[in-house]
Design a protein around this ligand. Structure first.
Ligand code: TYD
Ligand code: MG
Length: 455
């Protein structure tokens, strides 16, 4: 019998040590180093001899011009939001990791997609039984019957099934439950995760099959297991949202085949996740009467324009020190805007509590929402509502000047599409739009805006 080999791994960053020590020298965390048994048998390979001959293993160096990209046509996932976040569909041979908190809907999303796909899909679950998955699938209206469900955690057995059924797409729920025979330590440990991912990468690259992995995240929001897991895969997606809200946001944290600025929005319903194709609708609270303290901003998330609602509450401070709080907006920037209003526009906000909130629970760092923040604060402070057909897209500078923003035309078009009558933009923005119905109110200073709204 081969001698068992043990190695010490930092459970935080994955650094490897020959012996135990109290602090990880690499990430400086204390008490994170644990012993794991590695290497039991010969080195692993995902396939058996039968398929090995089918696959041409020897790689040759090629000129860029010689590389054939014609087979790189992507798999359409039949889900517009996921396709956009992936940069146009699943790339053959790619490994995609989907992370998110427990109960957020990772399994639901991937099961729903595998039930819609026109390709033969293998859904491997180490977390739920086939009956449980069937129960979940019954809630989701499925269109095709191409999806095979396997409940298995041992990678060697999974690969045996893959060889037998030859699926077009493989989904693994979740990487933390997988277990390889070649490593002794328990499922979910760093060496297991690393080994199983390596086997899956080899399989994906050699057969050009896209593999989707579900990964758990730890309480501080990182994908459980070593950071190297994120380095190994091609794409890291994050599924986030508040479990008490119905909206879920899918974003790419890393993408070797597309941009990371795209965002997908879903709504969790009784019958699975629904794609939200017009996010502006959900982010603006529907109301008939006009209330003071709210303003609409035209912002951009990735390439997509988005109308969001800013709410502000300005009230006299009860305690000595006034409170300032911002949800979804940078607090430092809020303080800066309050200082600008005080100094340049003569509003006495120094002794007031100011609360700012972006509705829908999203967080925005686009400077183009500054003017809407100013408008919401002034509207609350003066208790004068802003007409609900007005919206804003401009940055506010330290001198109280209204500054131009990027891609203003797209923002204006989105506002027009949603039926706004007037958009406030900087005088210095070059706008070459023609035939627009929406009125563009050009402003240069905060005083102009105050004059126009409350004057
Ligand atoms: P799940 O996909 O199991 O989460 P994860 O895999 O990320 O842990 O999500 C389960 C939650 O979603 C659960 O609280 C029930 C809810 N849900 C619905 O609201 N509608 C549905 O159609 C389904 C299948 C689940
Ligand atoms: Mg799950």
């Amino acid at each position: 019998m081969a001698k068992t080999k043990t190695v010490f791994f930092c459970q935080n960053c994955g650094a490897q040590y020959a012996k135990w020590q109290g602090q990880c020298t690499s990430c400086k965390e204390w008490n994170t180093i644990a012993e794991e048994v590695v290497q039991k048998a010969e080195k692993s390979d995902w396939k058996t001899a039968t398929t090995a001959s089918k696959i041409n293993k020897t790689a040759k160096p090629l000129r860029i011009s010689e590389i054939d990209t014609s087979q790189e046509a992507r798999y359409n996932t039949e889900d517009a939001e996921l396709n956009r976040v992936l940069g146009g569909g699943l790339v053959p041979g790619s490994l995609t990791l989907l992370g998110g908190e427990p109960g957020i809907g990772k399994s639901t999303l991937l099961l729903q997609i595998s039930l819609k796909l026109p390709y033969k899909t293998l859904y491997v679950s180490g977390e739920e039984s086939q009956k449980q998955i069937k129960m979940r699938a019954e809630r989701i209206t499925s269109k095709t019957d191409n999806c095979l469900i396997l409940t298995e955690t041992k990678t060697q057995n999974i690969f045996r099934q893959i060889e037998a059924i030859d699926p077009d797409i493989v989904i693994i729920d979740s990487i933390q439950t997988l277990h390889s025979d070649y490593i002794e330590s328990s499922a979910g440990s760093i060496s297991q995760i690393r080994e199983c991912t390596t086997e899956l990468i080899k399989f994906a690259k050699e057969t050009a099959t896209p593999v989707l992995l579900i990964g758990h995240i730890t309480k501080d929001g990182n994908i459980a297991g070593p950071k190297i897991l994120e380095h190994m895969v091609d794409t890291v997606l994050q599924f986030e949202g508040d479990r008490n809200h119905v909206y879920r946001i899918l974003r790419a944290l890393k993408n070797r085949f597309g941009s990371t600025s795209e965002l997908g929005i879903y709504e969790m319903q009784g019958s699975g996740l629904r794609e939200v194709t017009n996010p502006s609708e959900i982010l603006i609270s529907k109301k008939d009467e006009e209330l003071s303290g709210t303003a609409i901003a035209s912002t951009l998330e990735g390439m997509r324009p988005l109308m969001i609602e800013i709410q502000a509450l300005v009230s006299t401070a009860v305690y000595g020190t006034p409170q300032r709080s911002a949800t979804g907006y940078n607090l430092k920037r809020l303080n800066m805007i309050l200082a600008v209003l005080e100094k340049r526009a003569g509003f006495r906000l120094g002794a007031k509590d100011v609360f700012l909130n972006i509705t829908g629970g999203i967080s925005v760092d686009d400077p183009a929402i500054d003017l809407a923040v100013v408008a919401a604060i002034l509207s609350s402070s003066e208790d004068i509502p802003i007409p609900k057909e007005y919206c804003f897209a401009a940055e506010v500078g330290l001198a109280g000047e209204i500054r131009p923003v990027t891609r203003v035309e797209q923002r204006i078009q989105e506002a027009e599409k949603l039926g706004f009558s007037t958009i406030f933009v900087s005088k210095y923005n070059k706008i070459s739009l023609q035939n627009t119905k929406i009125r563009m109110q050009l402003v240069a200073k905060i005083e102009d805006v105050v004059e126009y709204l409350f004057g």
